[in-house]
Every structure is written in structure tokens, then in C-alpha cells.
Design a protein around this ligand. Structure first.
Ligand code: SF4
Length: 431
């Protein structure tokens, strides 16, 4: 073997990233030099952690596998392994179609890769990770799987039933990470708010967040992937009362028309959604809401869509992302509905929605001009230091571009005076 380097490529969501970080820790413990998402892969071994959730993501994963398979054919790579959500769904087909891959692992049996390399799996490092994020923040996956039955979603088919990690296990992990200098913790799951119902027979997210916010060194906790139905209202008290819990909530609503919410099997109505959002605003003033909407779901009429536009205009979400519907095999929709909204109509509805949101995002940011905000610096770019406020989640939300009048240190917090706003970024200075 020419070099002892393994390239690990992660596609898809932050939950996949956590799996890659767990794998990389084991590889490092076995003496490998591990490169994450390398610009130019040149290890003897490569591992691709794939996404298999919707059409575009699957295509991206397959193209990545094929590019590495090509490198193997040209003898630039000795071993190629693929893991994650795509083989969890299509392992047999992939093995037949891409024989260059030495072995496929699913979402939960990737540990087999260690023994297939003839190496040891270190049980004592089971929850240890080689962080791929800047050293001051980390994603914390509090559970696996999902028990919801959204009609369009393939995730439960890939990840299986909901499995909460114990509160003690999560506390231990966060103490260890905080001990290494991590200050900001992004709580993630397929469905954050369902946490505890399987393990403790009751919703335990508020208690978990409260206990973690007591851990020394925890500066920010940010909550992602909440689900609207049966929302644990006590969480709003925790967000309001705890200084180190970001006044931010990522909650995918997907749509607002009762017709579509019913077809999507979201177990919530338009009025319940409106009441819930109002409770967020009333019980945690200044909360920044991130949501995700889906356009082009089977049966979506222009009326349904206009209802969604009116809702977004009315509520003015501080952050909003949107997806065109993807007709996924084996889902409820695939068995019961046709993918009847044409692709160009889906795209046109996406464009109108995102154009509306861009205006809202700009006015949300303009309202911050003149304010002094607590900002964590993520990195130094040639012209600016780049950071985020408590209202900005990494990779998905905006950033604060800070001028270089003063020398700042990545990983530290600063009070930044905002002097200019753009739709998705703020400009500021440290005085
Ligand atoms: S909550 Fe619904 S959309 Fe989210 S992972 Fe579960 S089934 Fe899919």
C-alpha cells in the first residue's frame, strides 16, 4: 500500500455527517490518516457516505460513486467503499450496477468496514468523533429513525423506527465535546420533538435541552428538525428562560392548505399550524423561525399554492427553504397518487415562493441595522471575518461579514455592530 490515507466523502444531511465523524474516529484510532471531503482524492482507500432521500440527492450520490469508480478503474484508487442511505435502500441494484465498489454498507452496519479493513473496532470510542466542523461547533444527533407517516417521505423506510439516545449518553457526549472546546451544539434528528416517546414513554426534549444547558462550556444550543403536530410547548419556556438556548427553531411545516396537509398525512390542520406559530411568537419573543415548504405535491392546485404564498407573506418566517416534490418509490404517495404536478409548474412555484422569501429575509435583516449582536466567528476570509448570530445555523442560514478593523479569533464570540444588510447576510464591525 502506497499511503495510509483514507478519503471520506459525506453527502446529504448533518445526520450523515455525524456517522462519518464516528467512522473517521475509528479509522484514526487504527492509524489511518483521514481526509474529509478532500478537494483531490488521493488516498488508497475511499469511503463515500451517501444520501438516498430524494431524486436529486440520489443522483448526486451515484455521480460521486461513479467518479471514484472511474479513479479505481484508472488504478488511482485501491479500495472503494460506499455506505449510508443509498445502499440502505438500493444495495442489490448498486452492487450489480457498480461492481468497482468493493463493499456496500447501509446506514447502520458501516462499523463492519473496520473489520473488513482487518482493523479493530474500539468500543470505548463508540461515541467519540473526529469533528469535521470548525472546532467550536458540533452536530449532536439525539435519535435515529422516525415514527411519523408523512405520505411523501422515504426516510422511515431508510432509518427505521424512532430510537432515542438516553439523556445520560447525550450529556456525556456533550461534556466530552465541551471539554475539547466545542461551544455551540446543533441538536439534530429526523424528528427532534418526538424525542423520548419511545424510550421514556413521554416527550423529553424540554428536559434534555434544560439539562444540557446546565453543562459547563455550553454557550449555544440550537434546535433543528422539530415537527409541528403534538409540539411539546414546554420547550418554548426552556428557549425563553435559558440564555444559552438560541432563540431559534427549525420546524418543517411543508404546507398550509388543509387539503394538502391532509394528503401529506401531517396530522395537523391549517388553524392548528397558525395557532402553533402564534404561540412561538407569544411565548418566545424575537424567536427566529426556520421552516421548509414543499411545492408540487400530488393534487396541489393553484388555490392550494396561493394559500401557501399568503401564509408565508402573513407569517414572515425569518428563514425559509423549499423543495419541489419528488415522487419516491415505496412511499405512501408512490402507491396511491400520481406525480400530477408538471415539473415546470413545480419550478415556477418554487421560484415565486423563494422570490417572496428573499424580500422578507431582506426586511428581517434590515431591521437589525444599528443593533449590536453576539456573533461567533467561524473563519477568516481574505476581506472579512465570517460569523453567525444565534439566529443563524451553519450551512443553511445567513452569515455576518465583519470588517478587519480589529484582529479577531475564529471560535470566539464578539459583540458586532450591524451597519448594513443584504437578503441573506449582515455586515458589521467590532468596536
Ligand atoms: S417527520 Fe415526516 S418528513 Fe420528517 S423524516 Fe419523518 S416521515 Fe419524513
Amino acid at each position: 500500500m502506497v499511503n495510509n490515507r483514507i478519503d471520506v466523502v459525506t453527502l446529504g444531511c448533518s445526520k450523515n455527517l455525524v456517522d462519518s465523524e464516528l467512522l473517521m474516529r475509528q479509522l484514526v484510532a487504527n492509524g489511518y490518516t483521514v481526509e474529509h471531503d478532500p478537494e483531490t482524492p488521493c488516498g488508497d482507500i475511499a469511503v463515500i457516505n451517501t444520501c438516498g432521500f430524494i431524486g436529486d440527492a440520489k443522483e448526486e450520490s451515484i455521480n460521486m460513486i461513479l467518479s471514484f469508480a472511474e479513479a479505481k478503474k484508472r488504478k488511482k484508487l485501491k479500495k472503494l467503499f460506499v455506505m449510508g442511505c443509498l445502499p440502505e435502500r438500493y444495495r442489490e441494484e448498486l452492487s450489480e450496477e457498480i461492481p468497482e465498489v468493493d463493499r456496500f454498507y447501509g446506514k447502520f452496519d458501516w462499523r463492519g468496514l473496520i473489520s473488513d479493513l482487518g482493523k479493530s473496532y474500539y468500543k470505548e470510542l463508540e461515541f467519540d468523533r473526529s469533528l469535521s466542523t470548525p472546532s467550536h461547533y458540533a452536530y449532536v444527533k439525539i435519535s435515529e429513525g422516525c415514527d411519523r407517516t408523512c405520505s411523501y417521505c422515504s426516510i422511515p423506510l431508510i432509518t427505521g423506527k424512532y430510537r432515542s439516545r438516553s439523556i445520560e449518553e447525550i450529556e456525556d457526549e456533550i461534556r466530552r465535546l465541551a471539554g475539547k472546546g466545542v461551544k455551540e451544539f446543533q441538536f439534530i434528528a429526523q424528528d427532534l420533538t418526538y424525542y423520548g416517546l419511545d424510550l421514556y414513554r413521554q416527550m423529553k426534549l424540554p428536559e434534555l435541552v434544560e439539562r444540557v444547558s446546565d453543562i459547563e462550556g455550553v454557550e449555544w444550543i440550537r434546535l433543528h428538525y422539530a415537527y409541528p403536530a403534538l409540539f411539546p410547548d414546554d420547550l418554548l419556556r426552556v428557549i425563553r428562560e435559558r440564555e444559552n438556548v438560541c432563540n431559534y427553531l427549525d420546524i418543517a411545516l411543508q404546507h398550509i392548505s388543509d387539503h394538502i396537509l391532509k394528503t401529506m398525512r401531517r396530522n395537523i390542520t391549517k388553524q392548528q399550524t397558525i395557532d402553533l406559530v402564534q404561540r412561538f411568537r407569544d411565548e418566545s419573543p424575537g424567536i427566529h423561525l426556520r421552516t421548509t415548504m414543499m411545492v408540487g405535491h400530488p393534487g396541489e392546485t393553484e388555490e392550494d399554492y396561493l394559500e401557501l404564498l399568503d401564509f408565508v407573506e402573513e407569517i414572515r418566517f425569518e428563514r425559509l427553504g423549499a423543495f419541489p416534490y419528488s415522487h419516491e418509490e415505496d412511499t405512501y404517495n408512490y402507491k396511491h397518487y400520481a406525480d400530477d404536478v408538471p415539473a415546470d409548474v413545480k419550478q415556477e412555484r418554487m421560484n415565486r415562493l423563494m422570490a417572496l422569501q428573499e424580500g422578507i429575509a431582506l426586511s428581517v435583516n434590515e431591521a437589525k441595522v444599528g443593533e449590536v449582536l453576539k456573533v461567533i466567528v467561524d473563519r477568516e476570509d481574505p476581506a472579512y471575518y465570517v460569523g453567525r448570530t444565534e439566529f443563524d445555523s451553519p450551512e443553511v442560514d445567513g452569515e455576518v461579514l465583519i470588517d478587519k478593523k480589529k484582529t479577531l479569533e475564529p471560535g470566539r464570540f464578539y459583540d458586532v455592530k450591524i451597519y448594513e444588510a443584504a437578503p441573506f447576510d449582515l455586515m458589521g464591525t467590532v468596536f
